[in-house]
Design a protein around this ligand. Structure first.
Ligand code: SAH
Ligand code: SF4
Length: 348
């Protein structure tokens, strides 16, 4: 496997250049191609000598997430099926709204948490993505956009906090001026609610936005929606959210997938409102996108009545607009390509 260029420290690139009898300034040129001009092949690097381009191609991987299928939904969303070096595939999405472009990226192939309404969860866990595989999804989306995307949401496949170290390295590169140069406030990490991971993220003291997928206002209902051992107690999750808010000074967002006749009653809305007030969180309601017809979104009017209960209790709340539904790029619809079996890594 070639060394991914976007997880190579500059000092190592300088050493490699010295070994290839190249002047030191080439490192800055290469980094400029990789992060500013978003190159995915040395062939694009027109100010480098041909021989150097060939040597670079021999030793480094310039795009660890190769698009094998691209689907476009009007002007709203673009979804890619991306192939990884071991044959596994992931999906990521570019979402366009007026004045706002967002890359929605994955952190794992599959997911161990297995929320019952989520297409990724149905696959189970296959493997963690490397830092470069996380970063390169933003590069693919930015190339489509013509320049670096304005926002990154870690809301694709997988539980990001179960791949903490790689996520952290990737976010550092995405948010470093020497990397893609996003500001931490333009990045949102969404988790199913792993208290220990939330606390670790808070301890990085970076103002990333945190979104926590609550789905239910009681532990009993949550147990139906997340029947795996990866579900944590609401009280522990909320305590971790408060820790995050005090460590970063950022308001946490609670994501709540609205499912008809399961978690959409007005009584449940009132309970959710008191939770949100308790931890001073915003609420983002996501009408369920059914993976196979077994979970349905409430009628539009019912979603709005649910929202009004929150708003009337002075909770900042919104209903998420559905983007990319026609190309299965909306929340909870991302999965590994179905006709290729998952490639499990060898047992350690
Ligand atoms: N694993 C992380 C991030 C990826 S899921 C998490 O769970 O937060 C991103 C968001 O998609 C979550 O808020 C999740 O609740 C939502 N989601 C999953 N399945 C969905 C579905 N079928 N319809 C609508 N939203 C869904
Ligand atoms: Fe995993 Fe998030 Fe899907 Fe749940 S909603 S199965 S945590 S990707």
């Amino acid at each position: 496997m070639l060394q991914p260029i976007r997880s190579l420290p500059v000092a190592d690139l300088q050493q490699w250049l010295a070994k290839h009898h190249q002047p030191n300034f080439r490192a800055a040129q290469i980094m400029d191609w990789v992060y500013e001009k978003l190159a995915v092949s040395p062939e694009e690097m027109s100010n480098l000598p041909k021989e150097l381009r060939q040597d670079l191609a021999r030793d480094f991987d310039f795009c660890t997430t190769v698009p094998v299928e691209t689907k476009r939904d009007d002007d709203d969303a673009v979804k890619w099926l991306l192939k990884l070096h071991d044959g596994n595939t992931i999906e990521s999405v570019l979402i366009r709204a007026p004045g706002r472009t967002t890359a929605c990226i994955s952190t794992q192939v599959g997911c161990a948490v297995r929320c019952v309404f989520c297409a990724t969860g149905r696959q189970g866990f296959v493997r963690n993505l490397s830092p470069a595989e996380i970063i390169d999804q933003v590069v693919v989306a930015s190339r489509e956009h013509g320049r670096r995307v304005g926002n990154v949401v870690v809301m694709g496949m997988g539980e990001p906090l179960y791949n903490f170290d790689h996520l952290n390295l990737a976010l550092d590169t995405l948010c470093s001026p020497a990397g893609l140069g996003l500001s931490a406030r333009q990045v949102t990490v969404s988790t199913s609610g792993i208290p220990q991971g939330i606390r670790r993220l808070a301890d990085q003291h970076r103002p990333w936005n945190l979104a926590v997928s609550l789905h239910a206002p009681t532990d009993e209902l949550r147990a139906r929606l997340i029947p795996s051992r990866h579900r944590h107690r609401l009280a522990d999750i909320l305590a971790a959210c408060e820790y995050y808010r005090s460590a970063t000074n950022r308001m946490v967002t609670l994501e709540y997938v609205l499912i008809k006749d399961i978690n959409d009653s007005l009584e449940q809305a009132a309970k959710l409102a008191s939770i949100a007030k308790q931890i001073q969180a915003k609420v983002n309601l996501i009408p369920c996108n059914s993976p196979d017809g077994s979970f349905a979104p409430p009628e539009r009017g019912d979603c709005e009545r649910f929202l009004n209960v929150l708003v009337n209790r002075r909770v900042q709340a919104t209903i998420r607009r559905r983007k990319g539904f026609a190309i299965q790029a909306a929340c909870g619809q991302l999965r590994q390509q179905t006709d290729s079996p998952a490639v499990k890594p060898p047992e350690p």
